[in-house]
Design a protein around this ligand. Structure first.
Ligand SMILES: Cc1cc2nc3c(=O)[nH]c(=O)nc-3n(C[C@H](O)[C@H](O)[C@H](O)COP(=O)(O)O)c2cc1C
Length: 334
């Protein structure tokens, strides 16, 4: 069984990957997508999306980070893949699931699910361009407007040489609306020999178990679920019996803020990311909804920091947990 942290543009960046993989329970991360539209990017672009390339392609906790590419041009994708492989990427993932209109209009993401032969040609070109030791995987949805091509798309990707296929169990038209259609994963898994990774709507250990039973999959990817419930990996692994306390969550938010501050100074972009995390945590922690209501209109990162610190001090987060436990984030200390 493997558990992967989903690529999430604007959410799962180096700081989030660092925090979540130090908490534990995950085997792999995938970077935010890098859209190959016109050129072979310089190294600085790949370092921006996947700074872990500068430290062996792994998070500080040692979990590998594969680099995700997105686009519709096989040659351009192959050239970018070859280059990022030379920078030390431990794996290349190809995004065929992005539903954004601006992306789809530009011949990238989920729109390609309408043409199995194009999926095949992209995967084959990328596979050929990178050394055999570097896995090339793909991530798809069940289809674009409907699910009729789901098997054909999956088989096209396998026959092109992909080593693994992640399936977000919804069509592009279904967007992010629940439910995810896990029942469509079983026939895909049965028709392929490469591993099929189940993705979509796993928010709790119970969801994981139901998805496993319905799909028959052995490999899973979690996105919003782990952002909303950072203990999810440990719960699935049976290390934690229940979700973290709200105080522990505040500690993680403080850690995230500190990491950002140390690495790049606060910026409005990062305040947005912090807010987004606080909002998603509200799916699991009622307290976070109250907190989000308080900060949603605040624009200044410093003011958000102040609110976070005030709340933590009110709750005596550091006293309760112990100052010395802040850095390592070991679940067992909490
Ligand atoms: C904010 C956001 C950003 C995302 N960015 C990416 C991305 O860069 N690449 C990708 O393949 N999928 C991306 N996804 C899709 C997720 O990887 C995942 O397939 C989807 O959220 C379903 O899984 P979940 O229900 O566990 O969240 C994104 C999803 C969200 C909500």
């Amino acid at each position: 069984m493997t558990l992967t942290i989903a690529p999430m543009e604007g959410v799962v960046d180096i700081y989030m990957r660092d925090i979540l993989t130090r908490i534990g329970g995950f085997d792999l991360c995938v970077s935010e997508f890098v859209r190959a539209s016109q050129t072979v990017y310089p190294a600085s672009t790949f370092y921006k999306y996947c700074p872990e390339l500068l430290s062996g392609g792994r998070t500080a906790a040692g979990v590998p980070v594969h680099v995700q590419l997105m686009g519709g041009n096989p040659t351009l994708l192959a050239e970018n893949a070859e280059f990022v492989a030379s920078l030390g990427a431990l794996g290349i993932d190809l995004n065929f699931g992005c539903p954004a209109k601006t992306v789809n209009r530009r011949d990238a993401g989920a729109t390609l699910l309408q043409w199995p032969d194009r999926l095949h040609d992209i995967v084959a070109a990328v596979r050929k361009a990178v050394p055999e030791t570097i896995p090339v995987s793909a991530k798809i949805r069940l289809g674009f407007a409907d699910k009729t091509l789901s098997l054909e798309n999956a088989q096209a990707i396998e026959s092109a040489g992909a080593s693994k296929l992640t399936v977000h169990a919804r069509t592009k038209l279904e967007g992010y609306r629940a439910p995810a259609h896990w029942e469509y994963l079983a026939p895909i898994r049965e028709s392929l020999t490469i591993p099929v990774v189940a993705n979509g709507e796993i928010w709790t250990k119970e969801d994981f178990e139901t998805c496993k039973q319905i799909s028959g999959c052995e490999h899973f990817m979690v996105g919003r679920g782990v952002i909303a419930r950072p203990s999810l990996g440990l719960e699935i692994a049976g290390v934690e019996a229940q979700k973290f306390s709200w105080k522990k969550i505040l500690l993680l938010l403080l850690e995230y803020r500190t990491l950002i501050e140390e690495m790049e100074g606060t910026s409005l972009r990062q305040a947005g990311r912090l807010k987004q995390w606080i909002k998603l945590i509200g799916r699991t922690y009622e307290e976070s909804n109250e907190f989000f209501a308080r900060i949603r209109r605040i624009q200044s990162p410093d003011d958000i920091n102040d609110e976070l610190l005030r709340l933590s001090e009110d709750l005596r987060v550091r006293d309760a947990i112990g100052e010395s436990d802040i850095a390592p984030l070991h679940a067992s200390a909490l």
